[in-house]
Ligand binder design. Structure first.
Ligand code: MLT
Length: 413
């Protein structure tokens, strides 16, 4: 008899976005004529940039010819992509990384879910609340928690609350609290759309170094930062190469949600404690894990990702980001005109609003769907501190964003 991993029983039956999809399908089935506008899951809507598709077409042609055909590629990524990442994403910002500190993958969702495997079962994990649910769910699956309590929190995880008072950017815990070995940070933040300043990240790095802790820094939305004073990489902060891993993605930066390509930086200087107390490089552990469980992102996809760094690719993807951020600006102003209190949406494609009249976030989800045929994401889906809030994504056509603003005005004044 195969006994199952009982920790899965601690999770809600479905992951957040499939659950939303299920509810929307049920609504659509009973309202077949409704034109539903989807501002829920943060999925891009603009087609791939021409320079990316041209590079992918050329790569497909290479695969169709015997002399240029390729089988398995290097598990950590082809040199042409790794070098482009080193040069454009890091050297250009004063950060010197070795090629073997970069691990190309098929997505940051997988990377952020998988990285916990290299830490001890007893590692003490902290998440911000609200939070991207993958960080929590993957640690629950790994058995690091008890069943969720009545407040929706999993004993065994430390929750650092982001709220209006701290601008949804929790500070590092003060001394004397629960010990923490690993903390997940995300900036620009999913779900709140807020962004950490250089000073805030510097406090996190100082805290991590003082407490021998590791920061898992999710920068999937860094391309949406337009203020040059704001850090796009945690490695812009002195000392971060000693204590932080960074996750980056082509999904939101270049429209790769359906193509799949991302990477994670694991600097060799970041270490944990092994059996017997010796320091162990996380880079060598992750290299072992990556080469064992992953055979590399496809050649065609990596050629497409490398095209993002060509002059044309940079210009085309910057224009797409500007397009989504104009959507965000319009939505923010439309929501404010309808008297919503709105956060985020300035350096991120997400808007975080307070639900009206203190309604619960799932009640507001139902009301918005019923009254305006708009889908968003209930804040409670991102953790207990998300209750009373709601996330709208700016990824959509201009026509749909304008239509959504009009519907909000009609439904909410
Ligand atoms: C989101 O809507 O939070 C994201 O699209 C989910 C993801 O990137 O996995």
């Amino acid at each position: 008899m195969a006994r199952i991993n009982e920790h899965y029983a601690k999770l809600p039956a479905s992951y957040l976005f499939p659950e939303i999809g299920r509810r929307v399908r049920a609504y659509q089935a009973s309202h077949p004529d409704a034109k539903v506008i989807r501002l829920g899951i943060g999925d891009v809507t603009e087609p791939l940039a021409p320079s990316i598709t041209a590079a992918m077409h050329a790569a497909v042609d290479e695969m169709a010819s015997r002399p240029t055909f390729r089988g398995y590629g290097p598990e950590q990524g082809y040199d042409f992509l790794v070098e482009a990442i080193r040069k454009h994403d890091y050297a250009a910002r004063g950060v010197d990384l070795a090629a073997d500190e970069i691990f190309v993958s098929d997505g940051s969702k997988c990377d952020s879910g998988n990285i916990q495997e290299i830490f001890a079962h007893g590692a003490r994990i902290a998440v911000t609340d609200p939070v991207y649910p993958v960080y929590v769910d993957s640690n629950v699956m790994a058995g690091r928690t008890a069943a969720a309590g009545p407040d929706g929190r999993y004993p065994g995880l430390t929750y650092l609350v982001g709220n209006e008072a701290n601008g949804f950017q929790p500070e590092p815990p003060a001394g004397g609290g629960e010990p923490i070995d690993v903390v997940y940070l995300c900036s620009p933040n999913n779900p709140t759309g807020t962004v950490a300043t250089r000073e805030q990240l510097a406090r996190w790095v100082a805290w991590a170094k003082a407490n021998d802790a590791i920061i898992l820094f999710d920068a999937a939305y860094e391309a949406y930062i337009s203020d040059p004073a704001l850090p796009r990489s945690i490695y812009e902060i002195e000392g971060a190469l000693d204590c932080a891993l960074e996750l980056r993605s082509f999904s939101k930066r270049a429209g790769f949600t359906g193509v799949r390509c991302a990477y994670m930086v694991v600097p060799k200087r970041v270490t944990g404690i092994g059996a017997g107390g010796a320091r162990v490089s996380l880079n060598s552990l992750w290299a072992r894990r990556h080469t064992t469980k992953f055979n590399g992102a496809s050649y065609v996809v990596q050629r497409g990702a490398a095209a993002v760094y060509t002059p044309e690719g940079l210009a085309e993807t910057a224009a797409q980001i500007a397009f989504y951020m104009e959507n965000a600006r319009m939505l923010r102003e439309g929501l404010a005109a309808s008297r919503f209190t709105v956060f985020g949406g300035v350096h991120a494609p997400y808007l975080w609003l307070r639900t009206p009249s203190g309604s619960s976030s799932w009640d507001f989800f139902d009301k918005l769907l019923a009254d305006a045929q708009i889908v968003g994401t209930p804040g409670a889906g991102f953790g207990p501190a998300g209750e009373g809030y709601f996330r709208l994504s700016a990824f959509n056509s201009r026509e749909n964003i304008e239509e959504a603003i009009g519907r909000l005005r009609r439904a909410f004044g």
